[in-house]
Design a binder for this molecule. Structure first.
Ligand code: ADP
Length: 248
C-alpha cells in the first residue's frame, strides 16, 4: 500500500449476535487529510470508530496503520503508535484548571506522574509548553478557569488540547461539534483546520455543512456498508446517499 495512506481497513466487519453493524468496510485515509465518516443513525459509524481504536474486536477484516497490521494491537499501543481518539479517551479533570489539565496530559505523554512538589524551575519550562498548547486551541483567556466552569465549546477545545498534548500523528474526533451553537462550531472548525496542517484527522460528524467545508474525503456508511466515498461534491450528488438520508 502506498505511503500516502496512513490508515486502511480491508473487509472490516463486526457482528453483534447475528446482527452485522459494520459490514465489509474498506477504508483508505490519506495522510494529512481531513476524512469524515457520515451516515444516518445506526449506520455503524460509532462501531467503526470503536473497531479502529481497538475498543471492539472485529469479527473479520484487518486494520493497517502506517503499513503495520494493528488488528490485534491493544488500544493503549495504538495510541502509542500515534493514533489517538479524542473525547472518549482524554480525561479532563473538572475541578482542575485549564493549565493543570493540559500539564497533566503533557506529563502523561512524558511518562511522568503528576507531582505538585516539582521545583518551580521545572514547572516553568513545562508551563511554556502548556501555554503554547492552551493558546493553540484558543483558551489563552481561560488558563485559570476550572474545566467545569468553561462554556461547552471551550470544554471541547480543552479536550482537544489534552489530546494534542499526546502529540498524535492522527486524531479521531467523535462528533466534535455535537450540541454546539454557531460560534462554537466556527471556532472548533478553525481549530480542526489548524490541527490538520500537520496531522491527519478522521471524524464522525452530523453537521453536514461542517463536513462539506472541512473534509477532503467523505465516507458514507449506511446499514454498516460503505455507500459512497469521495469529496463532498461527489458524494452529496450520489442518489444512494440522498436516498439513505431521506429514507432513514
Ligand atoms: P451510528 O454510530 O452510525 O449511529 P452505531 O455504530 O452506534 O451506529 O450502531 C450501528 C448498529 O449496531 C445499530 O443498529 C446499533 O443498534 C447496533 N449496535 C451497536 N452496538 C451494539 C452492541 N454492543 N450490541 C448490539 N448491537 C449494537
Amino acid at each position: 500500500m502506498s505511503d500516502d495512506i496512513i490508515l486502511a481497513t480491508e473487509g472490516l466487519t463486526k457482528d453483534f449476535k447475528g446482527f452485522t453493524a459494520v459490514d465489509d468496510v474498506t477504508l483508505r485515509v490519506r495522510r494529512g487529510s481531513i476524512h469524515a465518516l457520515i451516515g444516518p443513525n445506526g449506520a455503524g459509524k460509532t462501531t467503526c470508530f470503536n473497531l479502529l481504536t481497538k475498543f471492539l474486536e472485529p469479527t473479520r477484516g484487518t486494520i493497517t496503520y502506517n503499513g503495520r497490521n494493528i488488528t490485534a494491537t491493544k488500544p493503549t499501543d495504538v495510541a502509542r503508535l500515534g493514533m489517538v481518539r479524542s473525547f472518549q479517551i482524554s480525561a479532563v479533570f473538572p475541578h482542575m484548571s485549564v493549565m493543570e489539565n493540559v500539564r497533566i496530559a503533557l506529563q502523561k505523554k512524558r511518562g511522568e506522574s503528576f507531582d505538585f512538589w516539582r521545583s518551580e524551575r521545572t514547572l516553568d519550562t513545562l508551563d511554556d509548553e502548556v501555554r503554547n498548547l492552551v493558546g493553540a486551541v484558543g483558551l489563552g483567556d481561560f488558563v485559570a478557569a476550572k474545566a467545569v466552569e468553561l462554556p461547552y465549546g471551550r470544554k471541547r477545545a480543552l479536550e482537544i488540547a489534552t489530546t494534542l498534548a499526546l502529540d498524535p500523528e492522527m486524531l479521531l474526533l467523535d462528533e466534535p461539534m455535537a450540541g454546539m451553537g454557531h460560534e462554537d462550531v466556527e471556532r472548533i472548525a478553525a481549530l480542526i483546520r489548524r490541527i490538520a496542517a500537520n496531522r491527519t484527522i478522521l471524524m464522525v460528524e452530523h453537521n453536514l455543512s461542517v463536513v462539506a467545508s472541512l473534509s477532503d474525503t467523505i465516507t458514507v456508511l449506511a446499514r454498516g456498508r460503505v455507500l459512497a466515498q469521495g469529496d463532498y461534491a461527489t458524494v452529496s450528488k450520489d442518489p444512494r446517499v440522498i436516498e439513505a438520508y431521506i429514507g432513514a
